[in-house]
Design a protein around this ligand. Structure first.
Ligand SMILES: CC(C)(COP(=O)(O)OP(=O)(O)OC[C@H]1O[C@@H](n2cnc3c(N)ncnc32)[C@H](O)[C@@H]1OP(=O)(O)O)[C@@H](O)C(=O)NCCC(=O)NCCSC(=O)/C=C/c1ccc(O)cc1
Length: 554
């Protein structure tokens, strides 16, 4: 069956797959979601908070719970804290629209309040992993040029000096800003195309980059979730969803799921540091109904005997993203937890979060697919060799276009131009196909990226560090498969003549300079690194070599 598209009366779209044979583009099969006009001045904060159902405020529903301390913040207190902090930031700091604020903290109750307050003032938030090393932070500061930082005392030690200094979360100043009685906020006109957040990703190649995401990007994303929840069958059928966030709030997945949950008036339980048993305890204690997770957590649940010791019967739904979820693991999990549905989603930092997702119980049966193209999105499947746009059932690189796609990489026109073309298509670096019913499947990764526990590890960054070691002549870092973590970073090292550097010394050298998830966890020595005539490392060859653990052909 084909239908006519509204934009071009002559173009035909296959209503089952969403594929338009004329433009060779896949269209979303979701209903069109009405969004505020792009020219309307509107911040993500004002939009998200305007969606909170009044009942969440009037019934005293908890917005946030800290699983470690059992401290709770109701919706009315949360909204009061956002107002108070916004007003205090205006009166007590020199912050104004367009400034960038670096944020380093584990997930405490203050984090969502700070994000919403800064964003409402037109200040761009740049949340980073609080375990970042000094050199990682120096690089992130160079990328984002923050004027101020908000940090825990431990994380603050590594922050270079900034124009307006660092405000500590545990300082009397910050606490007084949250609970001020003197609220006097001047309205700031935020344009939807302003940058709301800089989140970090290495993209398809090279070192970490700052991804500029606008208010509009997140308004479109959250607007989509809100509209579809009220119009299409929902995965979360509970009247009062309670979610547990083991995901960090400084990456796109945790960030947008947090904003989404607040906008829906749901209860979020936060964990400052992941611990499997504490997580099980929290599910039991707070009657958690759903959790956004990455596949390593699903594996831990599927394998663990400890789950028998806890009442997990409230759990209905896991939203899986961040890394590929194997079909076997999904089946294994389902056999053990028949009442818990897993729905996969797919997105990148560069797509502001979800670009495809499973929606509703029927789609849930499609194990292996990451769902259908999100509302208001378009996609192309491009043959990596011929550059031709392909149709349903054919594999190629996924390109995405739509209102959630990033503005670009901050201060990096070259990387932006390589990733976003002049028509707004984002080249994902993922090898994918759509089936005849518009379900998307991720087949492989074309980009140079290692996913350790669903965290991005850019090989180029680790190679840069290894090259600085005086005993190393050359190095290449590749993904090595690992059951629990998905992949671990493995280094191939060419020693300098006369060097006897050991595997442990290589691992220790890198570990001192990076966040824990980026550590090299396997080392092999080699005579030379295989490269293309243009000097590009032949990573696939090295991975194959590692897997065959063959004798020294290289
Ligand atoms: C629950 C996990 C799976 C496992 O937890 P863990 O094993 O305790 O590991 P951690 O991640 O907490 O910590 C990593 C390492 O740091 C260590 N660490 C920890 N905190 C400390 C400490 N305070 N001191 C010192 N060492 C420490 C920790 O011990 C560990 O070391 P190791 O045991 O050697 O692996 C956790 O890794 C996790 O949640 N990972 C998900 C990461 C994540 O959010 N990824 C998403 C990135 S964004 C993205 O890809 C987009 C996705 C998307 C998806 C769907 C959509 O629709 C749209 C978009």
């Amino acid at each position: 069956m084909t239908t006519q598209t509204s934009s071009n009366p002559n173009a035909t779209v296959d209503a089952n797959s969403g594929f338009c044979y004329d433009s060779r583009t896949f269209h979303s099969l979701r209903p069109n979601v009405p969004l505020p006009p792009p020219s309307q001045p509107l911040s993500l904060t004002d939009y998200a908070l305007s969606l909170i159902p009044p009942a969440a405020v009037s019934t005293g529903t908890s917005a946030l719970i800290d699983a470690a301390t059992d401290s709770r913040v109701s919706y009315s207190v949360f909204l009061g804290q956002v107002k108070s902090l916004t007003s205090s930031l205006q009166s007590l700091t020199p912050l104004s629209k367009g400034h960038v604020a670096l944020i380093l903290t584990p997930s405490t109750l203050h984090v969502p309040v700070l994000y919403f307050s800064l964003i409402s003032l037109g200040v761009t938030i740049a949340p980073v992993n609080p375990l970042s090393s000094q050199s990682e932070l120096t690089h992130l500061v160079q990328l984002t040029k923050p004027t101020i930082a908000f940090a825990t005392s431990t994380a603050a030690r590594n922050i270079p000096s900034l124009k307006f200094g660092t405000i500590l979360f545990d300082s009397p100043l910050f606490l007084s800003m949250l609970h001020s009685n003197n609220i006097n906020t001047h309205t700031v006109q935020v344009t939807q195309s302003d940058t709301a957040a800089i989140l970090f990703s290495s993209g398809t190649t090279g070192r970490v980059k700052g991804v500029e995401l606008t208010h509009r990007n997140f308004i479109a994303l959250i607007g989509g979730f809100h509209y579809l929840r009220n119009t299409v069958a929902s995965n979360v059928e509970e009247p009062n969803p309670v979610s547990l966030f083991t995901l960090p709030l400084f990456h796109v997945f945790g960030f947008f799921m947090m904003v989404r949950a607040i906008a829906m008036g749901e209860t979020l339980v936060l964990m400052q540091r992941f611990d499997f048993q504490h997580m099980l305890k929290a599910v039991q204690r707070y009657k958690i109904t759903y959790m956004p997770v990455s596949p390593p957590l699903i594996l831990a649940l599927a394998k663990s005997e400890l789950v028998k010791n806890y009442d997990l019967s409230s759990l209905r739904f896991l939203g899986s993203g961040g890394a590929p979820l194997g079909k076997d693991l999904a089946h294994h999990f389902k056999a053990k937890f028949p009442n818990v549905d897993i729905a996969q989603g797919y997105g990148l930092t560069e797509s502001g979060g979800g670009a495809a997702r499973i929606l509703g119980p029927e789609e849930n049966l499609r194990h292996g697919s990451v769902g259908r193209l999100a509302e208001n999105m378009e996609a192309k499947i491009m043959d990596p060799v011929t550059g031709e746009a392909l149709g349903p059932g054919q594999k190629g690189e996924l390109w995405l276009r739509g209102p959630t796609i990033m503005k670009g990489y901050m201060g990096d026109e070259k990387a932006t131009a390589e990733t976003l073309d002049s028509e707004g298509w984002l080249k994902t670096g993922d090898l994918c196909y759509f089936d005849s019913e518009g379900f998307l499947y991720i087949v492989d990764r074309l980009k140079e990226l290692i996913k350790y526990k669903a965290y991005q590890v850019p090989p180029a960054e680790l190679e840069h560090i290894l090259h600085a070691n005086p005993e190393i002549a050359d190095a290449a870092v590749v993904p090595y498969p690992d059951e629990n973590a998905g992949q671990i970073p493995m280094a191939y090292i060419v020693r300098k003549p006369g060097s006897n550097i050991t595997e442990d010394q290589v691992m220790e050298f890198v570990a001192k300079q990076v966040s824990p998830y980026k550590k090299i966890r396997r080392v092999s020595f080699i005579k030379s690194i295989p490269k293309s005539p243009a000097g590009k490392i032949l990573r696939r060859e090295l991975v194959d070599y590692a897997l065959s653990s063959g004798s020294s052909k290289l």
